[in-house]
Design a protein around this ligand. Structure first.
Ligand code: PXP
Length: 244
C-alpha cells in the first residue's frame, strides 16, 4: 500500500467563482495559484466547463504558466476539451461528466454508455503523456470499464457519501472501500473527491489505497475564517490522523 502521505489537489474553481460573480479583475488567477501552492497544496485542480461558468480559457493558460506543483485539468470527454488539453499539456487530466444545468458535477462518468468516447479521449491524452484519471462511481463494473479503457488512474466519486448520513453513508463508504481495493488490485492509482470536508474526509483518507484527494468547496469556505494556509494544514492533519 501507499506509504507516501496523501496528496491534496486543491480545486480552485470556487475561488474563481468570486471573481466571476462580479466580473472583477480580482482575485487574480496568478495570485490564486501562488497562494494555494505556498499554503501547501500538492496540485492545482481546475475544471474548464463547457459553459465557462467559473474557470476561463485564460485561467487555464495562466495556471499552466505559473503552476509549480502539478496541474490537474478536469474536463469533459469532448473534442474541444481534448484539443485544449493537448495544447496546454497539464500533467494530469481528470475526465468528468458534464451537464449544463447541474450545480456541480453530480455523479461519475457513464463508462458503459459513453465507453467509446471516453476511451478515445483517454487514449489520445495518454499517448500525449498526460496522466488520465476517470471520475467514476464506486462500482466494480465501472472500474472494469476503466481498465478496458487503459486509464492509469481513477478518481472515486465521494459526492453521494458526503450527502448521505447514518447507515446510508456507511453503506456508501463500504462501496468506496471495495472499489478502492479492487482498482488497486488491477494496478490502477486510486484518487477520490467531491463533497469532502473536515468531518467526512477522515474515513476516506483512512482507505489505504487512496493516493490523492481533490477538495475545493470546503477548503475555500474554511479559508474565509482561518486563511488558506491553516485550512490546508488542518486538512493535511486529517490525512495524517487517518493513516495512524
Ligand atoms: N473532484 C472532481 C472530479 C470534481 O468535479 C470536483 C468539483 O469540481 C471536486 C473533486 C471537488 O469537489 P468539492 O468542491 O465538493 O470539494
Amino acid at each position: 500500500m501507499n506509504t507516501k502521505p496523501i496528496a491534496l489537489g486543491f480545486n480552485i474553481d470556487h475561488i474563481i467563482n468570486i471573481r466571476q460573480a462580479r466580473l472583477t479583475p480580482y482575485p487574480d488567477i496568478v495570485d490564486v495559484v501562488e497562494s494555494v501552492e505556498q499554503a501547501g497544496a500538492d496540485a492545482i485542480t481546475l475544471h474548464l466547463r463547457e459553459d465557462r461558468r467559473h474557470i476561463q480559457d485564460s485561467d487555464v493558460d495562466a495556471v499552466r504558466e505559473h503552476c509549480k506543483t502539478r496541474m490537474n485539468l478536469e474536463m469533459a470527454a469532448t473534442d474541444e476539451m481534448t484539443q485544449i488539453a493537448l495544447k496546454i499539456q497539464p500533467e494530469d487530466c481528470c475526465i468528468v461528466p458534464e451537464k449544463r444545468e447541474e450545480l456541480t458535477t453530480e455523479g461519475g462518468l457513464d463508462v458503459v454508455g459513453a465507453f467509446e468516447r471516453i476511451k478515445n479521449c483517454t487514449q489520445t491524452l495518454t499517448t500525449n503523456n498526460i496522466k488520465v484519471s476517470l471520475f467514476i462511481e464506486p462500482n466494480i463494473e465501472h472500474i472494469k470499464r476503466a481498465v478496458d479503457m487503459g486509464a492509469p488512474v481513477i478518481e472515486l466519486h465521494t459526492g453521494h457519501y458526503a450527502n448521505y448520513h447514518g447507515d446510508e453513508q456507511s453503506k456508501e463508504l463500504e462501496q468506496i472501500a471495495k472499489a478502492a481495493d479492487f482498482a488497486h488490485a488491477q494496478g490502477i492509482q486510486v484518487n477520490a473527491g467531491h463533497g469532502l470536508d473536515n468531518i467526512n474526509t477522515l474515513a476516506i483518507a483512512a482507505l489505504p489505497e487512496i493516493v490523492e484527494l481533490n477538495i475545493g468547496h470546503y477548503l475555500v469556505a474554511r479559508s474565509v475564517f482561518v486563511g488558506l494556509k491553516q485550512a490546508i494544514e488542518e486538512m493535511k492533519a486529517i490525512f495524517v490522523q487517518a493513516r495512524k
